[in-house]
Design a protein around this ligand. Structure first.
Ligand code: 13P
Ligand code: SF4
Length: 356
């Protein structure tokens, strides 16, 4: 059985697009950032959705470009004293939860996520309290406080396996906040899930109608879809998965053309893996002024060379615009559910290795 909680739509405060930089300024900032990363024993950890120049800089400096689960693991395991997390705020918080001894700085703390905004801790906690017989599973795209309220945290790369496991043990589940991802998982696993009604404003905009039109133009293309997209788009997919799973699918599918329904930032890494394939952006419902995201997360776009430079040059005593802080009692609570996911993931890997 699947049931749902409806919340009033939230009016998202969209950030301004950062101004583009001159070639001279970009070159200067790139050199300075490289120097400062070494000087401050800092590492740049970037998400696949950040702009290509940020991903290239993370690669060139021995940092990491990955999905949100791997970003957290990399940050925890690397030797740097300071992590510069280029992504959105929940990613910085996850790094801090796992690495409290490290300084975690973000280009801007205003880079948030519509899923995080759409799941306020108080309302979500009240919802959970009214269903005490349910196990609370939350997506990583949430605040540290919501994570602390959860029994389990999942990312899209491991959500299916964890819900399958909980369902096999007879758990009824509260799922939050992404309603599309939750519906996809409920459909795949048959689990009993009560859904919070959040959504990603980027993936929610992909349109099955426009995708069908594009499919007529490229009949041999495979369709790759992130499960934060609406069910009608997911149904058309040849591969559904998290960002890293979509990159793997791009490699393993035989098709020479791939239509990709996720943030276009992923094209940088995907194209590296499949240099001989043509990558096409899946269409959104609107365009220009009528499109909220145009397949690029407005908060991910806030990560630029200028803001990374500011994070690296801010005064340690006055770094409130960049420094991630998580209240210790919240951190301890969130760590329990986060470690459940990491332990589960390590166990899955170990099982896969022994079965080959
Ligand atoms: P991943 O967990 O696949 O990195 O996705 C994070 C995200 O924000 C998707 O929109
Ligand atoms: Fe959040 Fe969507 Fe942006 Fe991912 S793409 S960070 S889910 S708003």
């Amino acid at each position: 059985m699947t049931d749902a909680l409806r919340i009033a739509p939230i009016d998202y405060p969209f950030p301004e697009k950062p101004a583009s930089l001159s070639a001279e300024r970009s070159a200067f900032l790139t050199q300075e950032i490289k120097r400062l990363l070494v000087e401050k024993n800092a590492t740049l950890v970037a998400h696949y959705y950040t702009d290509p120049e940020i991903q290239a800089l993370a690669e060139a400096t021995g940092g990491c470009v990955s999905d949100s689960l791997e970003m957290a693991r990399f940050g925890r395991d690397c030797a740097a004293e300071t992590l510069i997390v280029a992504g959105v705020k929940f990613m910085g918080e996850t790094s801090k939860i796992l690495s409290p001894e490290k300084t975690v700085l973000m280009p801007t703390l205003e880079a948030t996520c519509s899923l995080d905004l759409g799941c306020p801790e108080k309302e979500f906690s009240d919802f959970c309290d009214t269903h005490p017989d349910h196990t609370v599973v939350v997506y990583a795209n949430t605040s540290a406080a919501v994570k602390a309220r959860a029994d389990w945290i999942v990312t899209s790369s491991i959500a299916l396996e964890i819900v399958e496991h909980l369902d096999s043990e007879g758990h009824k589940i509260i799922w939050g906040p992404d309603r599309h991802l939750g519906s996809y998982i409920a459909k795949e696993t048959g689990a009993d899930m009560l859904m919070w009604q959040g959504e990603c404003i980027v993936h929610d905009e992909f349109s099955s109608k426009a995708l069908k039109d594009l499919q007529h133009v490229y009949p041999d293309a495979a369709i790759l879809v992130h499960p934060e997209s609406p069910a009608s788009v997911v149904e058309m997919a040849d591969a559904v998965g998290s960002t890293s799973q979509l990159i793997n699918a791009a490699k393993s599918l035989p098709n020479k053309q791939l239509i990709v329904a996720t943030d276009r930032g992923i094209f940088y890494k995907m194209q590296q893996q499949v240099p001989d394939k043509e990558l096409l952006e899946a269409p959104t419902g609107g365009n220009g002024a009528t499109c909220k995201s145009c397949a690029h997360c407005p908060w991910m776009a806030m990560n630029g060379l200028e803001s990374i430079y500011k994070a690296l040059t801010c005064d340690a005593g006055d770094n409130s615009l960049h420094n991630i802080e998580v209240d210790e009692s919240v951190r301890e609570g969130a760590l329990i559910s986060l470690n459940r996911m990491l332990d589960f993931s390590a166990q899955l890997k170990a099982n896969a290795n022994t079965s080959v």
